[in-house]
Design a protein around this ligand. Structure first.
Ligand code: NCD
Length: 311
């Protein structure tokens, strides 16, 4: 198992064993992420964070992860304040950053941008979200959350609810769930179904996938309810967005028929998809999920930058 020096562009780049290794290292990083243990294994290393699209959790958890391990970061958090605003090409930005830093974390509005960046960079590139494409580090975080709550990733029934067309987190997560033998239940507005490419890929993997149209019914026998935001920024047409906005909402009434062990997840940010009243329910796992983004990214940075797994 050698992640050292590798890019992470799609979750499909990782084998099941490699994902398990990242999760194992991530689990050991929890006390360091909490600040109760010190480990400076990234001392002397610089991580470039190039976020050319809005982000809160992904950027700040990568930044925290690098710094907790003694590394330093350089950041483009707002494209309007960098030469990207002057029209600099992605390829030039990436070439330059790969000369400044030891790894490059890239978020970009265009699908395929991270793969292109990896070709331009002689340092490892990690995809932090490329348009409606992939979001592999969110998936690793999601898997860590599911594993922590359920003790396993196999044999679970996972409902993916929301914008399955443009939501890159579900494109990555669906693959990983199939890899671990989970059963996948899809619910979305009819215009926001999973893209054919993803569905065909899941078929080829022999994944157990079915569609559902009633949230109540799907929730009843689920182990995980993964809710996503409608990706307004990816709609070409405002009126198309208006047709689907607010079409689903999880509240305590919806959850009243759920199994006790059901966890509700969301990559965040949420708009109206999960009522605030759910936050106090034992089902709510989304804030823990956001925290676990830190140890997971610590594990990943450690494996990619130093080759070092568990200490
Ligand atoms: C997601 C993203 O950017 O794809 N957020 C995140 O990284 N936690 C989900 C979203 O924006 O809806």
């Amino acid at each position: 198992m050698a992640l050292k020096g590798r890019d992470l562009i799609s979750i499909r780049d990782l084998s099941r064993e490699e994902i398990e290794e990242v999760l194992k290292v991530a689990h050991r990083m929890i006390p360091i992420a909490e600040g109760s243990k010190i480990d400076r294994r990234l001392d002397g290393l610089i991580v470039a964070l190039a976020f050319l699209e809005p982000s809160t959790r992904t950027r700040l958890s990568f930044d925290t992860a690098a710094q907790r391990l003694g590394g330093r970061t350089i950041t483009i958090a707002d494209p309007t304040t960098s030469s990207v605003a002057k029209g600099e090409t992605l390829s030039d930005t990436v070439r330059m950053l790969s000369g400044y830093a030891d790894a490059l974390i890239l978020r970009h509005p265009n699908e395929g941008a991270a793969r292109l960046a990896a070709q331009m960079s002689d340092k490892p590139v990690i995809n932090a979200g490329d348009g409606a494409g992939q979001h592999p580090t969110q998936t690793l975080t999601d898997l860590a959350t599911i594993q922590e709550a359920h003790g396993t990733l196999s044999g679970l029934r996972v409902v993916l609810l929301g914008d399955l067309k443009y939501g890159r987190t579900v494109h990555s997560l669906a693959h990983a769930l199939a890899l671990f033998g989970a059963e996948i239940v899809l619910i979305s507005p009819p215009s926001l179904k999973l893209p054919d490419e993803v569905t065909e890929h899941l078929d080829q993997m022999g994944a157990k996938v079915r569609e559902e149209d009633q949230v109540h019914r799907a929730v009843r026998d689920a182990d995980v309810l993964y809710v996503t935001r409608i990706q307004k920024e990816r709609f070409g047409d405002e009126t198309e967005y208006a047709k689907v906005a607010g079409s689903y909402r999880i509240d305590n009434t919806v959850l009243s028929g759920a199994k006790q062990r059901l966890i509700v997840m969301h990559p965040l940010p949420r708009l109206g998809e999960i009522a605030p009243e759910v936050d106090a329910s034992p089902h709510a796992a989304y804030f823990r999920q956001a925290f676990l983004g830190v140890p997971v990214r610590m594990g990943l940075l450690s494996l990619i930058l130093t080759g070092k797994g568990s200490s």
